[in-house]
Design a protein around this ligand. Structure first.
Ligand SMILES: [Zn+2]
Length: 428
């Protein structure tokens, strides 16, 4: 597996300088996520905003290159790190008395904004977990669903397409499902540039995010193949560094498509063989080809192969995934653990968990520790406290080994919560 360095992480969250490219009338503003701006004689076309906490930085970056007014805004999709950092741009428009720009997005983006309103508190809760390690860098909620800049030009249907000309530059916008059902990407033929949004994120695609709704691996591969036909020389991903050069762009798109086809087709094959999730998952881990595992374009910075297996399964299968009727209407896990503790003591389980830990079987040790943590009647007994401490130790070791930002945050967040619980228990 390709390891991530701190520098990779800084690149991924856009902490590197802005640049101009192509004919020096195209500007790449890295951020979380990236923004790309095209300057024409009649004004600017802007692709994506960063999170609102980084909006001022991106705005200043744009204004260090050009003073022209923004005429079009394109949302690659309606996620909080692509469609919310618009305030400084709107303030400027009001201040200068410019016309409001057109805002282009897919129709599902509008439905997404409605959903964000309905589920605002829920999304705040899960995003705080998913982005736990960035918490210090942003204040309050990562996004406010109340504040959206609504699209004015709307792509419809499954094969949505829209094109326009500004100055003497053509802009072609295509819709393909992938990370989301509202994703669009931009092709600018005169500049040989593709802006992909999160269809490319300098990482294994974020397909199968454990917190989020269904994503679309097969459509994702098809989007990559459609992009390849353009023979672009510059590719601006949703996150991370620009990809430059016809061959580099082609290689990045082609290996990403291959990974999506692979995970999709291999899970489908196993569904057709009548296999349940557990078997499919472990078989898939065994057949993950080195060619994909070691490719730098597919580093598991954010999403990962393991999540993608879930995504394909969930696309075609219901929630009953074990084939074991015990799991159909299960008892409460605390009650199950309590029954295990009636067979033998907490101390015995702890002893066994420690020996598993010493043998390097961290995951099995966690399962044993959970029997003590979930089943203990008195939370202040020594075995319970030791089980919590060992769980923290194991989670920290797992997190250190974990390359996916999302998986590492899930693990770290849980370790932090256990620490808080221990502090509570130590209070007299
Ligand atoms: Zn993003």
């Amino acid at each position: 597996m390709v390891r991530n360095t701190p520098e990779d992480m800084r690149d991924w969250i856009g902490m590197f300088p802005s640049t101009s490219f192509a004919d020096d009338k195209c500007y790449f503003l890295p951020g979380f996520g990236n923004t790309c701006v095209f300057e024409t004689k009649q004004g600017l076309v802007l692709f994506d905003f960063p999170i609102r906490q980084l909006a001022r930085r991106t705005f200043n970056g744009v204004r260090s290159f050009t003073n022209k007014p923004v005429k079009y805004i394109i949302y690659s999709h309606g996620h909080f790190d692509h469609a919310f950092g618009y305030t400084p741009f709107l303030d400027e428009i009001k201040e200068k008395g410019w016309d409001m720009p057109e805002v282009i997005a897919h129709e599902n983006c509008i439905k997404r904004f409605e959903k964000y309103n309905m589920l605002e508190k829920y999304h705040d809760w899960i995003n705080k977990m998913q982005f736990a390690s960035l918490r210090g860098r942003t204040e309050g909620a990562v996004v406010s669903a109340q504040e959206t800049l609504q699209p004015t030009i709307i792509l419809k249907g499954n094969e949505g397409f829209y094109d326009f000309k500004l100055g003497d530059v053509h802009f072609e916008i295509y819709h393909n499902k992938g990370e989301t059902d509202d994703s669009v990407w931009l092709w600018v033929p005169e500049k040989k540039t593709i802006c992909t949004g999160d269809l490319m994120v300098s990482s294994f695609p974020n397909v199968g995010n454990p917190y989020k709704v269904q994503r679309y691996p097969k459509n994702w591969a098809l989007a990559m193949e459609k992009m390849m036909e353009k023979e672009a020389e510059y590719l601006i991903p949703g996150h991370g560094r620009m990809i430059e050069g016809k061959k580099e762009v082609r290689d990045a798109l082609s290996i990403t498509a291959e990974a999506m086809h692979f995970v999709h087709d291999e899970v489908v094959k196993r569904l057709n063989e009548g296999k349940w999730f557990e078997q499919i998952f472990h078989e898939m881990l065994e057949i993950f080809p080195a060619k994909l595992k070691e490719n730098p374009h597919l580093r598991e910075m954010y999403g990962c192969y393991r999540f993608a297996i879930h995504a394909v399964y969930r696309l075609y299968h219901g929630w009953y995934d074990s084939g074991n009727p015990t799991d159909l209407f299960p008892a409460k896990s605390d009650d199950i653990a309590r029954e295990f503790l009636r067979i033998t003591t907490e101390e015995k389980y702890l002893e066994h968990a420690e020996s598993l830990y010493n043998e390097g079987k961290l995951q099995l040790a966690l399962h044993l520790l959970d029997i003590i943590i979930k089943g203990s009647e008195t939370e202040r007994n020594a075995a319970f406290l030791e089980a919590l401490n060992l769980k923290i130790k194991i989670l920290k070791e797992k997190s250190k080994e974990e390359s996916s930002f999302i998986a590492a945050n899930i693990i770290d967040n849980a370790a932090m919560q256990i620490k808080e619980k221990l502090r509570e228990l130590k209070k007299p």
